[in-house]
Design a protein around this ligand. Structure first.
Ligand code: FES
Ligand code: FE2
Length: 359
């Protein structure tokens, strides 16, 4: 009913946090996407990142991300609006205005129309930037890693069609989602409505390359293409080279290359980022690029949605929902080379999973 009456500094970790405190501080030090840039136009928009409610708004000066909480009486600013000049977000409860730095600039109920509003009357703001058509937020003043480097997404050559997938929402941890996206062995079992080849489940031993950003690896996979053929067409096999460029903690550029029977080189990229809403709920942002002639956004969205629909219920069924960072907690097979290294690095490089490991 009440919060404490003492005036100790307000804890940075959100109330009812679903992460261990130690993990929250570490993951809060990365950039995470919270929405597509196109979602933030002339209204403030709410999002949730790591159990923190965030408001994102766009003034004439630029984009701002702040805690979605008015410092007067705690109403959600995402229910408010922008003032006519597009300089301030306006709280829906008593109309306090906040500028692009989160500074309170107007208290409409004051009789004195030109009050000196103390500079410290500010929203809690966060680092924010826009890249690849996404709004990225870091909840800490310093990010420990830069954003993923995906130059092809920025070059925007006319040979490539770029597609934004509708945002997904999975009842699973971002780390479970990320492992699944980088897992070869599930393709022949989970994706049998789309491209998986049940007759060829073998995964050759692949080499992992450690990079500054994360891990890279590649392997061929014999897909069966079903969706773009009529039901009575014979399913066709095709050799596809899978190359994974993974950036810690939850972002992957998956490049898929193959040659047609006529020898034409075709490639697509699926950029996949899991953004942790909470420890067990993840917003999935995906961007697709392809040089396949005649490819349409409509077809690709339908196809990739079907692929995602095959994955989601399986990943959401995984227990424990949290990724076990104690390697002895799950069985590993040779195809798990990526996930084993991923788990090791989450512990060794970033110090995640401490509380669970010392409990
Ligand atoms: S709660 Fe926002 S102005 Fe009062
Ligand atoms: Fe999958």
């Amino acid at each position: 009913m009440f919060t404490s009456s003492d005036d100790r500094a307000v804890c940075e970790v959100p109330r009812r946090c679903t992460f261990s405190e130690s993990d929250w501080h570490i993951l809060a030090s990365f950039w995470h996407p919270v929405m597509f840039s196109a979602e933030v136009e002339d209204k403030p928009v709410g999002a949730r990142l790591m159990d923190v409610n965030i408001v994102v708004y766009r003034t004439a000066t630029g984009i701002t991300a702040a805690r979605d909480l008015c410092i007067h009486r705690g109403a959600a600013l995402s229910l408010g609006w922008m003032d006519d000049e597009r300089e301030n977000v306006v709280c829906p409860m008593h109309g306090l205005h906040y500028d692009h730095e989160g500074r309170c600039t107007k208290i409409p109920s004051l009789c004195d129309r030109s009050p000196n509003i103390p500079d410290k009357m500010r929203l809690t703001t966060y680092q924010v930037c826009e890249r690849y058509g996404l709004v990225w937020v870091c909840l800490k003043p310093e990010a420990i890693r830069p954003l993923p480097e995906w130059p092809l997404l920025e070059e925007a050559s006319p040979d490539w069609l770029t597609i934004q997938m509708p945002k997904g929402m999975w009842q699973a941890s971002a780390s479970r989602h990320c492992e699944n996206f980088n897992d070869f062995a599930h393709l022949s079992w989970v994706h049998v409505q789309t491209f998986g080849n049940r007759l060829r489940p073998e995964i050759p031993i692949y080499k992992l390359e450690k990079t500054e950003a994360g891990l890279n690896f590649k392997t061929p996979y014999t897909e069966v293409e079903r969706m773009f053929f009529d039901a009575d067409d014979e399913a066709k096999e095709r050799q596809v080279q899978y190359s994974h460029f993974f950036t810690y903690p939850f972002a992957t550029d998956l490049m898929l290359e193959h040659h047609t029977e006529e020898g034409e080189y075709l490639a697509s990229h699926i950029y996949d980022i899991g953004s942790p809403i909470s420890a067990n709920e993840t917003a999935i942002f995906q961007l697709i690029q392809t040089n396949i002639p005649g490819a349409t956004a409509e077809d690709y969205i339908a196809y990739q949605s079907k692929v995602n629909e095959e994955d989601a219920p399986i990943v959401e069924s995984q227990h424990p929902e949290e990724l076990p960072l104690n390697l002895a907690a799950e069985l590993h097979i040779p195809a798990d080379r990526f996930s084993v290294q991923y788990r090791k690095d989450l512990v060794k490089v970033f110090g995640l999973g401490k509380s669970e490991m010392t409990a």
